[in-house]
Design a binder for this molecule. Structure first.
Ligand code: CMP
Length: 132
């Protein structure tokens, strides 16, 4: 059994996609172990995206995540980290395949609807950060 962190970003929430996204995770057989809607604070978002601090899109990314409520989740299941990332689809908008959440709903690489952890280490770090 594995645990991962997933977040529905402000565009996913404001576009009314929360139910659709959660449905896709649950239909796959994954369990929502924790969930909260919140306005993220700047310090949490800065810490969450610390690996992108030097990237050109960092400022835009922070503004985007702080632009409205997000839904933070802990998702459990066999290979949860890989499965949630497959359901989410590729980060780059041009690479996100139809049938994935980003492929079906995202029209930009920054405003890409969802986030999920990319490794066991980041899952542990992100769950601790968002569910203090
Ligand atoms: P996420 O999976 O949350 O991880 C980092 C985020 O940075 C990513 O989703 C996008 O929202 C954003 N991002 C990644 N690459 C780029 C890019 N080249 N230009 C703009 N935003 C990006």
């Amino acid at each position: 059994m594995e645990r991962t962190f997933a977040m529905i970003k402000p565009d996913g929430v404001s576009r009314g996609l929360t139910g659709e996204i959660i449905k896709r995770y649950e239909q796959k057989g994954l369990k929502i172990a924790a969930l909260k809607m919140m306005n993220a604070d700047k310090a949490t978002v800065e810490e969450h995206y610390i690996e992108h601090k030097e990237k050109s899109f960092y400022g835009e990314l922070l503004d985007y995540i702080l632009s409205g409520p997000v839904v933070a989740m802990v998702i459990e299941g066999h290979s949860a980290i890989t499965l949630v990332r497959k359901l989410n689809g590729a980060t780059k908008v041009e690479d996100a395949q139809p049938g994935t959440i980003r492929g079906d709903f995202a029209a930009s690489t920054t405003n890409n609807i969802v986030h999920s952890s990319d490794s066991i280490e980041s899952a542990e770090r992100e769950i601790k950060l968002w569910f203090k």
